[in-house]
Each structure stands twice: as structure tokens, then as C-alpha cells.
Ligand binder design. Structure first.
Ligand SMILES: *Cc1c(COP(=O)(O)O)cnc(C)c1O
Length: 353
């Protein structure tokens, strides 16, 4: 079976919009796209008067090298949220298909599914928030086209071991796509599953520049998958999804020096995660600090609502995750700078500002 047999037949048959930029791009005089021939006021040399390429070659090359895959296996979009949405629209028929998630997990999978009119089946993580592969496989039905695995998981911080990803990909072969969301993988002890996409044509890996690469405002997410899936999803991608200033910011960030800086930043966050974890475990009112492989700590409190309000009082905003199943006493705290983390500890200890 071809993995594209899982996709919607209308999407497989779709003839995508052919933009002026894709039809012809390298003329000396460009009069085919109704752009302004001259740069805008206060131009910074970015050539923003021109439409960008749908998938700028320099960016795709850089991302392929960074993630260790071939460029045909890379799709860049506006955050990994766009990758999630494209998968939903390409593979799931409204009113008929479903996706499988493991709560408590990232909320966008269910939102994207509901927008597409697709059912969401939740197979809860185990009590310690590890993944139960057998439970996922037991719940699988032919209607389920996408199985999302978030590793490390938001908001619990647990990673999914490589063997489990491989086992799931194998078991789902010819039945569903396995979507491994690795938004936080740079902060984890685990290697990316990206190197498994050659062996498993139903495996999709989501990466993002929003977290470790410090580019949340540039909205750049990356979907890694077989060339067949990437080609199919590109048909759904708008003609010009990536703003030129964002692409340029990404190319600067992904320079060799930028990658060195990212690694140093990640090492600093991991060190702060360890320090803050130990200090929080001893702080008054803390029940438990969940082990985290991401750039946040999720913490159980005797009275999470009161702690949330107390932190807010001194200007510290954390994420209230009490609405998630199994986390009704918890707050999620992003690892900040050393000074910011100290302010959290001082506020919890009741030290006046
Ligand atoms: C932050 C996050 C993302 C990244 O979203 P972007 O759209 O790339 O900014 C993806 N998945 C999870 C689980 C996240 O927490």
C-alpha cells in the first residue's frame, strides 16, 4: 500500500494554484506578478516588494542539513501549527475520520481536528504520564488517520523513548500516520526521530524554530516526512506562506554561529531546569515537580490557584494547566533567565519584592 492511499482522494487529485513566482522567477525585468517595481518606504534591502518563494531554497537546504534529512523531506510553514493543520486537511475527511491523541497533551491537535470536523479520540497517558503503546494500538480503528505523539510532551514534560516511536510507526504502517511532535526535543536527552523517516513512510516529525531557536515571533515550523507526503501537503500550502523578513531572520538564526549560540542557550536552560527543579521541590506548598525534558517545569501545588494569583500579584505570569486531566493541581512554569527564576522562588517563599 502507498502511504498516500490514507489521504483524501480530492487532495490527491487536486491541481494546486500555480503562482507567478512558481511559473517564472529569475528574469532581469519581473512584470508577471503585479508587484511594486520599487521597494517600499524605509526599505531595509529585504526585497519585500517581491512575493517570496513558496519554499525558499536557501531555507529548505539549511533546514535539511540541520535535521539530517533530504530537502524533499522538508516542508516549512508558519509554525508547526500549520503542519498540524495541513495534515488534518490532507488526511482526514470531515464527519468520517478521526485522530488519536494522548491527554493531557498539546491543545492544538484537538482544535485543528475540530475545525476540520474530525473526531478526537483520547487515549490517556498512564498515571506517570508515560505513553502506553498497547493502549494506543488497542484503541485504533480504521477511521483514525493520524496518531499524535508529543515528545517531550506539553504540558507534562515527558519524552517518548525512541523504541516506542519505532514500534508505533511499524504497527501503524498502512493504517495511519504517526505524527511525532518534537517541539521541545532540543531540550531532551533523546535524539530526534527524524532519522527514522526513511525507514517508515508513515512517520511525520514536527520541528519548530519557536522554542530552542528563540524565533517564536517569526512563525517558522518544519514538517519532516517522506517526499510523497511533503509533495502532497505542498499542494495545500498557500502560494506565499513565509514572509521574507521571517525567512531572513531564520537564515541568520540558523547560521553556523547561530547554531553554536542555540546550543549554549539550550545548555543554560537545561542547567536552570535542574537548579529550579531542585529548589521548587523544597519550596513551601509544592507537592511535586514533574520530571521535565522540555524548557518548562510542571509543578503540583497544595493550592495551585492561590500560587497562580500570588505570582500574578508580583507580575509573574505562568500557565495554569489545571484544566488538563490529571493536572488539576498544577501550574506550568517556563524556564526563564536566572534572575527570573529566582523571582519565582522568592515569590513562592513569600519574600517581599
Ligand atoms: C510550542 C509548541 C509547538 C510549536 O508551535 P509553533 O506553531 O511552531 O510555534 C508545537 N507543538 C507543541 C507541543 C508545542 O508546545
Amino acid at each position: 500500500m502507498n502511504v498516500l492511499d490514507l489521504a483524501r482522494s480530492e487532495i490527491r487529485a487536486l491541481v494546486p494554484y500555480s503562482s507567478a513566482r512558481t511559473e517564472a522567477r529569475d528574469g532581469a525585468v519581473m512584470l508577471n506578478a503585479n508587484e511594486s517595481a520599487v521597494p517600499p518606504f524605509a526599505d531595509d534591502g529585504t526585497a519585500v516588494n517581491r512575493y517570496p518563494d513558496q519554499q525558499p531554497a536557501a531555507l529548505i537546504d539549511r533546514l535539511a542539513k540541520l535535521y539530517g534529512v533530504r530537502r524533499e523531506q522538508v516542508l516549512a510553514g508558519r509554525g508547526s501549527d500549520e503542519g498540524i493543520d495541513l495534515l488534518m486537511r490532507a488526511f482526514c475527511t470531515a464527519g468520517r475520520d478521526a485522530v488519536l491523541i494522548q491527554p493531557p497533551t498539546f491543545g492544538m491537535y484537538a482544535v485543528a481536528a475540530h475545525i476540520q470536523g474530525v473526531d478526537v479520540i483520547g487515549v490517556p497517558l498512564r498515571e506517570d504520564f508515560t505513553l502506553g503503546v498497547d493502549a494506543v494500538l488497542a484503541a485504533l480503528t480504521p477511521a483514525m488517520k493520524l496518531v499524535f505523539v508529543c515528545t517531550p510532551n506539553n504540558p507534562t514534560g515527558q519524552r517518548v523513548p525512541r523504541e516506542q516511536i519505532e514500534r508505533l510507526a511499524r504497527a501503524l504502517s498502512d493504517r495511519a500516520l504517526l505524527v511525532a511532535d518534537e517541539a521541545y526535543i532540543e531540550f531532551a536527552d533523546e535524539a530526534s526521530a527524524a532519522e527514522l523517516i526513511d525507514a517508515h513512510d508513515n512517520l511525520v516529525v514536527l520541528r519548530t524554530l519557536s522554542k530552542a531557536h528563540a524565533l517564536a515571533g517569526a512563525r517558522l515550523g518544519v514538517l519532516l516526512a517522506s517526499a510523497a507526503i511533503v509533495t502532497l501537503l505542498r499542494k495545500l500550502l498557500p502560494p506565499y506562506p513565509l514572509p521574507t523578513p521571517c525567512v531572513q531572520a531564520a537564515l541568520r538564526t540558523l547560521s553556523d554561529a547561530g547554531i553554536v549560540a542555540m546550543r549554549a542557550r539550550v545548555a543554560g536552560i537545561r542547567a536552570e531546569r535542574a537548579r529550579l527543579g531542585v529548589a521548587l521541590a523544597d519550596a513551601p506548598g509544592v507537592r511535586e515537580v514533574l520530571p521535565s525534558q522540555a524548557n518548562f517545569l510542571t509543578v503540583r501545588f497544595d493550592d495551585a490557584g492561590a500560587v497562580y494569583a500570588r505570582l500574578l500579584d508580583v507580575g509573574i505570569v505562568v500557565r495554569d494547566v489545571r484544566r488538563y486531566p490529571g493536572l488539576d493541581d498544577a501550574l506550568r512554569i517556563t524556564i526563564g533567565t536566572l534572575e527570573e527564576n529566582d523571582r519565582v522562588l522568592a515569590a513562592l517563599a513569600g519574600v517581599p519584592e
